[in-house]
Design a protein around this ligand. Structure first.
Ligand SMILES: O=C(O)CCC(=O)C(=O)O
Length: 238
């Protein structure tokens, strides 16, 4: 992974403190990317907006799933789950965060609809470390996730130049002092896309969160199935 900065070339453009990079095994990433394509054609029904998403294990927000949720152990997401586990191991998070509290989300950014995710910081209901894997980046210049410091922090806006299999994890200043986001470059048309897997772990020390987690992450009245992968394309969504 390399970096780009919109500022002057004499500025040394550096990563936000607390952003770590890794490479994930190609075979694992390719298998997960194939699975995303399958799910997209079978389960996602024109779910456009900021981008197309589905969740793994737990919904976001807890209690009110906004997109299909594939539980751990779902056949349809076996390879994506393996990739999430590999990323968790690559960043030494296995002993810190249990798989059961993981919320993973797959986002598909397409040049066809200029999809994006605006500048933001991740919510505090999630544990300190946030990890991601690029499953596909077919943009001609492979622009990826961008970071910029907030008003209280110093640094230049920086953008990752990505290849599929690139993994990142952020914590500390990168998590709380910098924002991140992605916008499809305006001059790109056609089939180019960026597909990512982002993993966060719900904090369990808050009683409200703990009780929702004990309930499988959904409202009591909804039952498990309303929040499972039963929202196949064409079916009624909750
Ligand atoms: O697509 C990405 O790499 C990042 C997604 C993201 O920022 C998020 O899910 O909050």
């Amino acid at each position: 992974m390399t970096l780009t900065s919109p500022r002057l070339a004499r500025h040394v453009c550096s990563l936000p403190p607390g952003l770590h990079l890794a490479r994930l095994p190609a075979a694992l990433v390719e298998a997960a990317a194939r699975e995303v394509t399958q799910i997209e054609s079978q389960w996602l029904d024109g779910q456009m907006g900021e981008n197309v998403v589905f969740h793994l294990n737990l919904p976001f927000p807890l209690g009110f799933p906004t997109a299909p949720v594939f539980r751990l152990g779902s056949e349809e997401t076996a390879c994506i789950e393996r990739l999430a586990c590999a990323a968790r191991a690559a960043f030494a998070l296995e002993d810190r965060y249990p798989l059961e509290t993981m919320h993973a989300i797959v986002r598909i950014y397409s040049a066809k609809d200029g999809s994006k995710i605006g500048w933001h910081k991740d919510k505090r209901c999630f544990e300190e470390c946030v990890a991601g894997v690029v499953m596909e980046n077919s943009l001609p210049r492979r622009e990826g996730l961008r970071f910029r410091p907030d008003e209280a922090h110093l640094g230049d806006e920086v953008g990752l130049v990505e290849r599929s299999g690139d993994g990142f994890m952020f914590e500390g200043e990168a998590r709380h002092g910098w924002e991140h986001g992605f916008s499809m470059p305006q001059d790109i048309e056609g089939e180019h896309r960026r597909v990512t897997l982002t993993m966060r772990w719900y904090r369990t020390n808050d009683p409200a969160t703990a009780s929702k987690l004990a309930n499988g992450g959904v409202r009591a009245s909804m039952g498990r199935s309303a929040c499972s992968s039963s929202v196949r394309k064409g079916a009624v969504r909750t």
